[in-house]
Design a protein around this ligand. Structure first.
Ligand code: ZN
Length: 172
């Protein structure tokens, strides 16, 4: 398994070439969007937010926002270290946090979560290419993380593990 420093270094080194790959399809804005998504995905939205890691510490005074995520997911669990599913859970989690915060601050002028959702839908309709580049950038950085860990398969949840062990002992 790679160290936090190795994960950070690989993310920073690969963000630029990764972004440039998108240039022929989406131009300089697309290259910038995908490179930044890759960087943010690796440094701030890493699968290792499920433990006291560098990405977790990087959130600084806001790191408590990830405390429930850390509390309920074991390190390298199915919901944090599975391709696609891990990024989806983290993006939904961040979306939920932003929506909750917007709802709380709505009386003081923050946009209502419903309005934010509509804006997001609009972006998806009008900027499909950039939206995809953003999502794929975050996912690509998660793949880099899982490949670096050397074991792309996450740990089985305890219940499944117990069941597997029982089946194994029955066989023998
Ligand atoms: Zn990891």
């Amino acid at each position: 398994m790679a160290s936090g420093q190795q994960h950070d270094r690989a993310t920073c080194w690969l963000a630029l070439p990764y972004g440039l790959v998108w240039w022929p399809w989406l131009g300089p804005v697309g290259a910038l969007t995908s490179g930044l998504a890759f960087l943010i995905g690796g440094l701030w939205l890493s699968p290792d937010l499920d433990t006291n890691s560098r990405p977790y510490q990087r959130w600084g005074p806001l790191r408590w926002l990830w405390w429930p995520y850390r509390k309920f997911l074991r390190h390298r669990s199915l919901l944090s270290h599975t391709p696609v599913l891990g990024s989806a859970v983290r993006l939904i989690y961040v979306g939920g946090l932003i929506a909750g915060l917007a709802w709380l601050l709505n009386p003081w002028g923050a946009p209502h979560p419903q309005a934010m959702l509509q804006r997001l839908e609009q972006c998806w309709q009008q900027q499909r290419g950039l939206s995809l580049a953003l999502l794929i950038g975050v996912e690509a950085s998660a793949w880099l993380h899982l490949i670096q860990d050397g074991d792309p398969l996450p740990r089985l949840p305890r219940v499944l593990k117990r069941r597997q062990r029982r089946r194994h002992t029955l066989k023998w």
